[in-house]
Write a protein of this length. Structure first.
Length: 368
């Protein structure tokens, strides 16, 4: 497991970066919308692709960028005897696709989180990076066709960067298209929203996530791929992150621990808390977010009264017994309390082990 996770992490840039990915499974309506806009001869200069993280928004952005730059300086809407395009696919052997994959196309600028001068990954996209777009927008196209800017993701820009991008959107350069990938639309300035065409993408089906998982990481077993698909709720990006970070194993261990309710196995609880607080720094975040996700789903099931297909079989008995004990109001209150405690823990230097223990004890207290 650890070896597989390390391999995915090492190969991440070369194997699964949307700059390289040619296949876009699902989202035919989104692709059709872009093609129709292009064929109309009145292509909007800015698009915001919205939806959960890891469902193909950036893949669609790069796919559209390859298509536009492959079209070159052809006059939109004047196809002569040639039929208007019906697909964004240009094929992996196309010279444009190869240059983009190699980061070698002069008419494409991408903004994403990058390392700082000390090699540490930044937590936001700085304004200096956005200023590159301003300089880019005032230059002539190197290859005489379309120029494309991809921001992945727009909510990761700091406030100054967002304001700098807004200036570009207010005065769009000729024959330049900005493609903004957005996972969290609620965190974006309303002025940015108002200057973009919105293209929402939905979560992938379970079978599509399984297919993509097996394509990106063939070492994942069929059963693990199916469970990761359910755990990620239609996001192959999240599924890969969970696999690489040992999230599925943590989830299984968490369910086994919760299975000892209403009297938690304290030895097992402290061992689990040690694992989340002492080992990999990411483990605390992954473990706590998995617990909150599980609790949120439990709350939803309690309200609907119907149990969907669960991540692992062991959950069936656990979920059934818990929703019999309390109703929606009690589970919702517990979720809000645990979410607040976790938020406080992430913003303060609290004892992570104690946070884990306290969080799990909250559910035991509710049941006592």
């Amino acid at each position: 497991m650890a070896k597989a996770a390390k391999k995915i992490e090492e190969d991440n840039n070369s194997r699964i970066h949307p700059r390289i990915t040619q296949t876009l499974l699902e989202h035919p309506q989104a692709e059709s919308t872009l093609i129709k806009a292009y064929n109309s001869g009145k292509l909007p200069h800015a698009w915001m692709f919205t939806g959960p993280k890891g469902i193909g928004k950036a893949t669609l952005a790069y796919r559209f960028a390859r298509f536009l730059m492959n079209e070159g300086d052809a006059d939109q809407g004047l196809f002569g005897e040639q039929a208007p395009p019906t697909s964004l696919d240009i094929g992996p052997e196309n010279p444009v696709a190869k240059r983009i994959a190699a980061r070698g196309h002069g008419d494409l600028v991408t903004l994403e989180l990058s390392p700082d001068e000390k090699g540490k990954m930044r937590t936001s996209i700085p304004v200096d990076d956005v200023r590159k777009i301003v300089k880019f927008s005032h230059k002539t196209s190197i290859e005489g066709g379309w120029r494309v800017v991809i921001v992945d993701a727009v909510e990761e820009m700091n406030r100054n960067a967002a304001n700098a991008l807004l200036k570009v959107l207010e005065e769009p350069p000729e024959k330049t298209v900005l493609l903004l990938v957005c996972h969290l639309p609620g965190q974006i300035l309303q002025t940015l929203h108002s200057r973009c065409c919105h293209l929402p993408l939905t979560a992938l089906t379970e079978q599509t996530v399984i297919t993509l998982l097996k394509e990106q990481a063939p070492e994942i077993s069929e059963s693990d791929a199916a469970q990761l698909s359910r755990l990620s709720e239609g996001s192959v990006g999240k599924a890969l992150d969970l696999w690489a970070g040992g999230g599925l194993d943590l989830y299984r261990e968490m369910i086994a621990l919760l299975g000892t309710l209403p009297n938690l196995d304290m030895v097992r609880l402290y061992a689990f808390a040690d694992k989340l607080s002492v080992s990999d720094p990411q483990a605390f975040k992954t473990g706590m977010e998995l617990f909150l996700w599980w609790l949120a789903r439990l709350t939803k099931i309690s309200g609907q009264g119907k149990i969907p297909e669960l991540v692992i079989p062991e959950e069936q008995k656990l979920i059934s017994s818990l929703i019999e004990r309390h109703g929606l109001a009690q589970w919702l209150g517990l979720w809000e309390k645990c979410s607040t405690n976790y938020a406080r823990a992430t913003h303060a230097n609290l004892d992570k082990k104690q946070v884990v223990v306290t969080t799990f004890m909250e559910i035991q207290t509710l049941l006592s």
